[in-house]
Each structure stands twice: as structure tokens, then as C-alpha cells.
Design a protein around this ligand. Structure first.
Ligand code: NAP
Length: 266
């Protein structure tokens, strides 16, 4: 029997087969969850619908999380289809490409607001809107990049600041929802080649550097993230909340970064 058998799971942020949300969707399917998928806009429908079919997902809804009325409508549709929800995944971020290619101090007011609204506030708004239909024991999670939130990742700029706010929001939400036995955690993934990542200046170099510098000397895959999401969604983690859990081949533990030597070589 799968770890998520009988649980209703909603995943927000599927764009294509490279999306972290796709790794999570596939892992949830493997573990027996009933799936619901949400995507951002009409342009994605063509890519998302065939993916949903692959995992026999019947609930596929468009939701632009920058609009309260879209979120409210999505909650209504989820309530009608599933009744109650056990797992909510927020795998959404956005910042204007131009904000990620210049010094952080040149961030524009509009660019700052947009990044915060879509990458952080939408998490709070989703939790607030879905609360009435979340089951006790529900598990909620979001995706962060801790190496850009608590440290500096060149070019990550306003997105790093947004991720710091997202991680902090995770802790505040965990405090609020704890008495209802609902858990809120953040997954901090190492760099993965996705659509969102393509907008970050110098991503290619960062991706390569990461594999050279991490203790496990390997990049992270969407399957790795999916497996961590299963753990956080399942009752195996039922006393874990408010945490930022890293799946990054150990990269974040490094204080000084030097290209690793092969075993037995000087
Ligand atoms: P992705 O496939 O591009 O997913 C990002 C998703 O956010 C897309 O589906 C995107 O839709 C959606 N989105 C943007 N604006 C939205 C809006 N207004 N309403 C609803 N959805 C919206 O990239 P990803 O890398 O898997 O990103 C998923 C999450 O993982 C993000 O939070 C990201 O910061 C995080 N993360 C990524 C990495 C990495 O290296 N890739 C590492 C750590 C954490 P559109 O395509 O239509 O904009």
C-alpha cells in the first residue's frame, strides 16, 4: 500500500514535464494519492492536460494565484470534486527576468511587489482560502531555494529576498495551523533546469558549480524532490512542521567551497 493512499492532494505550479511540480505529482501518484493539478494560464493548458492524463488526474484547473477571485473559484471547484483536501503543494514563483540580471539594489518597486505577491503572498492566500476544506492532519508545503534565501546566490536577487519571506511565512503558518494538527513545511531544492530557472542570470554556471561543490557531487532531480514531498505529505513526518528541509546533495552544509578531490588523489 502506498504512503498516500486515500489522500487528496492538490499541486499548484505545473508548467511542463521539467517542472518540480511534475516530479511531485508523479511521486504522489506512485504512493496512491488522489490528484488535483492547477496551472497558471491558458497558454499552459496544452502542455499540462496531457501530463494530467498520464497520471489519470481528473481535476485540472487553471488558477492565476495573483487574483483572489481565481483562488476562491478554485477552492469551490476543489470542494465540489474532492470534498476535503489532505495535501496542498505550492510550487510557484515569479520575478521579472530583468530583476535577475542586474545588481539587487536596482530592483524596481513594481518588480519587488510582483515577486513578493506571486512567490510569497500567494502561499499565504492559498492556505487562507483552502483552510475551510483542509482535513485535520493536512500537510502543506512550498518550494524554496535556501542557498539564495539565507545566503547570497549571485543574480537570484529579489527572488532570494522573496524566498526568505516564504521561509518565514512557512514558520508563521506552521504556528497558526499547529493547533489544528496541520503542518506547513518548505522544501529547499538544489538547482534544477526548469522554465523558472531559465530566467535566473548565470543559472547554467551555478548548476555546474553545484555538482562540483556539493558533498554528493551530483545535481538534484525532480524525482528527488518528489520523494521528499512524499515524506512531508505522509504521516511519517507527522511531528515535523515549520521546517525548511534541504534536498541539495548537501551543498548547504559547505562553509568553504573547493572543487572536490577524487578519492585517493592529492
Ligand atoms: P516551473 O516549472 O517554471 O514552475 C513555476 C510555476 O509557477 C509555473 O507553473 C508558473 O506558471 C507558475 N506561476 C508563475 N506565476 C503564476 C501565477 N500568477 N499563478 C499561478 N502560477 C504561476 O519552475 P520550477 O523550477 O519547477 O519552480 C517551482 C518552484 O520551485 C518555484 O517556487 C521555484 O522557485 C522553486 N525552486 C526551483 C528551483 C530550481 O532550480 N528550478 C530550486 C529551488 C526552488 P507560468 O509558467 O505560466 O508562469
Amino acid at each position: 500500500m502506498g504512503l498516500l493512499e486515500g489522500k487528496n492532494a492538490l499541486i499548484f505550479g505545473l508548467a511542463n514535464e521539467r517542472s518540480i511540480a511534475w516530479g511531485i505529482t508523479q511521486a504522489f501518484k506512485r504512493e496512491g494519492a488522489n490528484l488535483g493539478i492547477s496551472y497558471a494560464g491558458e497558454a499552459l493548458e496544452r502542455r499540462v492536460k496531457p501530463l494530467a492524463e498520464q497520471v489519470e488526474c481528473k481535476w485540472v484547473e487553471e488558477c492565476d494565484v495573483s487574483k483572489d477571485e481565481y483562488i476562491a473559484a478554485t477552492v469551490g471547484k476543489a470542494a465540489k470534486h474532492f470534498g476535503k483536501i489532505d495535501i496542498l503543494v505550492h510550487s510557484i514563483a515569479f520575478a521579472g527576468r530583468e530583476e535577475l540580471n542586474k545588481p539587487y539594489y536596482q530592483t524596481t518597486r513594481e518588480g519587488f511587489k510582483t515577486a513578493m505577491d506571486i512567490s510569497v503572498f500567494s502561499f499565504v492566500a492559498l492556505v487562507n482560502a483552502f483552510l475551510p476544506i483542509l482535513n485535520p492532519g493536512a500537510s502543506i508545503m512550498c518550494l524554496t531555494y535556501g542557498s539564495g534565501a539565507v545566503k547570497v546566490a549571485p543574480h537570484y536577487n529579489v527572488m532570494g529576498v522573496a524566498k526568505a519571506a516564504l521561509e518565514s511565512s512557512t514558520r508563521y503558518l506552521a504556528y497558526d495551523l499547529g493547533p489544528q494538527k496541520m503542518r506547513v513545511n518548505a522544501i529547499s531544492a538544489g538547482p534544477i533546469r526548469t522554465l523558472a530557472a531559465a530566467g535566473v542570470g548565470g543559472f547554467r554556471d551555478m548548476y555546474k558549480h553545484f555538482a562540483d561543490m556539493s558533498p554528493l557531487r551530483e545535481n538534484v532531480t525532480i524525482e528527488d524532490v518528489g520523494n521528499l514531498a512524499v515524506f512531508l505529505a505522509s504521516d511519517l513526518s507527522k511531528r515535523i512542521t515549520g521546517e525548511v528541509v534541504y534536498v541539495d546533495s548537501g551543498f548547504n552544509i559547505m562553509g568553504v567551497q573547493m572543487a572536490g578531490k577524487e578519492e585517493g588523489k592529492e
